[in-house]
Design a protein around this ligand. Sequence first.
Ligand SMILES: *Cc1c(COP(=O)(O)O)cnc(C)c1O
Length: 356
Amino acid sequence: MKKHNFNAGPSILPREVIEKTAQAILDYNGSGLSLMEISHRAKDFQPVVDEAVALFKKLLNIPEGYSVLFLGGGASMEFCMVPYNFLEKKAAYLNTGTWAKKALKEAKAFGEVVEVASSEKDGFTYIPKNYEVPADVDYFHITTNNTIYGTELHADPDVNVPLVGDMSSDIFSRPVDVSKYICIYGGAQKNLAPAGVTFVIVKDDALGKVSRYIPTMLNYKTHVEKGSMFNTPPVVPIYAALQTLRWIKAQGGVEEMQRRAKVRAEMLYAEIDRNKLFRGTVTNKGDRSLMNICFVMADEYKDLEAEFLKFATEKGMVGIKGHRSVGGFRASCYNAMPVESVQALIDCMQEFEKMH
Ligand SMILES: *Cc1c(COP(=O)(O)O)cnc(C)c1O
């Protein structure tokens, strides 16, 4: 049976990315060796990093003066690297979910942290608006897509301080005005590559401004100066990321990814709103994520949750159970998600409705 992969992360990748990576693992460029067996310093691996960096810059329209890094540690490591490198006195954070909160907690060890707004009291069901960011902060940290709660900032905030963005789960799904940011980071395993590599876009002249000692491995400068090769980078995930970047470019770039994301999300949210058995969890519809579409059984049909999960699973839906902290369902629809899979889930919801 065809599987429809709605996993939240690690998650769906384009089939050709998986095939090309599998091929390189068996025999890298006809060398008779596996990609897993060669040095990251081998002359035929350097072009992989170079092309991945170049495609990052091209696809996101990154201005001059920025570096793109491929590191280990996951987005969670960036929660500490960001304040280590950028927080001298004071930083502002927008508390929009579990990941945002973890980033904020880490920053508190490095200086004064202002939580400018939070939707935590309301279960993170919307993105706070009309907050004020103090003018004297070193940066304002946002989580552009809240993977667990299914909310998303659809535009880069208009503030007069440098932004830092966790874009783990919506990178390459919309155009970004990178010039507003001093740092953009994310784990690759939502929208780019298998787990193991973390992408970081960093503004070069924002580095070196804090007075503290930064441990070598946690210092962005180390990795900028060594082109992500200070130590052994995660070679296989970087190779896979390059295949995804090539795929995005061939499909028509970030604008096309955004168009597809809107089509998928409109279809699925329309069904959630129409179908009497279900309701969306995000209270402000304008804040609904195009990537992680969260819904629960309507109050009158609460008892049917386990039954729907079983029904949908039998029809090939994978990974639609909501995060344990929210419950219900979450259909993650990252860049590689075909519209046919979204239609298959909608068919499931309609069939289930007819049975009740
Ligand atoms: C998954 C996720 C993280 C954590 O990523 P790791 O690579 O596992 O550390 C952080 N932020 C967001 C928005 C995420 O979706």
